[in-house]
Ligand binder design. Sequence first.
Ligand code: SAM
Length: 230
Amino acid sequence: LMASSIDDKTEVRDYFNTEGFNRWNKIYSESDEVNSVQLDIRTGHDQTIQKILNWVEADGNIKGKTVCDCGCGVGSLAIPLAQMGAKINASDISDSMAGEAARRAKELGIRNAKFYTSDLESVKGKYNTVTCVDVAIHYPSDKMGEMIQHLCGLADDRLIISFAPKTWYYVFLKKIGELFPGPSKTTRAYLHEESFVRDQLKAAGFEIAREEMTATNFYFSRLLEAKRIK
Ligand code: SAM
């Protein structure tokens, strides 16, 4: 069990430092060097990010608040949150991803965001908001509970987390995908039982405040905002 989760992590890190970086850096940009599947994923991911930004905007109080973005990728969420005045602590297991996020932020003249390389298990501190978007897909089910507990421990006020829900339809799609993996190497993908995620949040003393679901043809992501019960 232990060995397999270490392998998972090493595999994810290596992938996002090499081929995965090239692939996802293109998806998470305006580059037109993407195929139709990648374009569909870009659209879905953009929608998830926009939904979070809409929540934050509706609250209207992010300025000066601390946000810890775990598995920040190239900064798709962290950068706009920084532009809205939040103090950002953003990290990613991949040096290439965190480096690209830092580069993009610098190019935009952002000074209230720090980007660094770290797996999320090693992230420390206390933040008003913790975000972890589309990262759980890389977590095997037996590691998911621990991961959620750790993220909740970092969050004073709320956790915003997304994951691919384990429904019969997505399990079916994933099987099809595994039968026809295509030319590009990817990592294993894990779907999660929504009831399990909700139970874990509840056990950590959080309650769901808002929720969203985003689904395109090849992208699906359940988004939850959980607030600490005070
Ligand atoms: N959250 C970003 C976004 O929504 O734009 C990136 C999403 S991308 C699909 C998944 C990211 O999670 C990758 O950048 C990957 O390197 C990172 N990741 C995977 N496992 C991680 C871990 N254990 N700790 C930190 N980052 C991790």
